[in-house]
Write a protein that binds this ligand. Structure first.
Ligand SMILES: [Zn+2]
Length: 125
């Protein structure tokens, strides 16, 4: 069977598409995929809640009262309440103002310096 003219052209185009698409896909799929934007504020709020729970647990375990000193090295770090140092996704590790004493109920133990990251309804924390 003789292939020439139009059919050769069709076959050429077809082959180009079959070979070309995966190559094009390889270089474009990653770039045009919409980037998932993590809810950065939520991550910060979770960090602050975890700090708070850790401090309350630590204070309870060691029979500490409000105003007693906090040893953060016993709270954060391997084997402790919080295994790793946490960072605010926007402001980094220096975002948190670690209280040196057990805070009163309703006061954060390690608030983020960003007022927009203040957790709501912390009266009973
Ligand atoms: Zn934050």
């Amino acid at each position: 069977m003789k292939t020439s003219g139009f059919f050769t052209l069709v076959r050429y185009i077809f082959t180009t598409i079959i070979v070309g698409l995966p190559v094009i896909g390889l270089f474009t799929v990653g770039r045009f995929r919409p980037k998932t934007v993590p809810n950065t504020k939520a991550i910060c709020l979770i960090n602050q809640r975890n700090f708070q729970q850790a401090v309350r647990s630590y204070a309870d375990k060691h029979s500490l009262k409000i105003g007693d000193p906090i040893d953060w090295t016993k709270i954060m770090g391997p084997g402790n309440y919080i295994e790793q140092v946490r960072e605010c996704p926007i402001h980094g590790t220096s975002a948190y103002d670690y209280s040196t004493t057990v805070p009163p109920i309703g006061t954060l133990a390690a608030p983020c310096k960003d007022p927009a990251h203040k957790p709501p309804n912390i009266e009973e924390w």
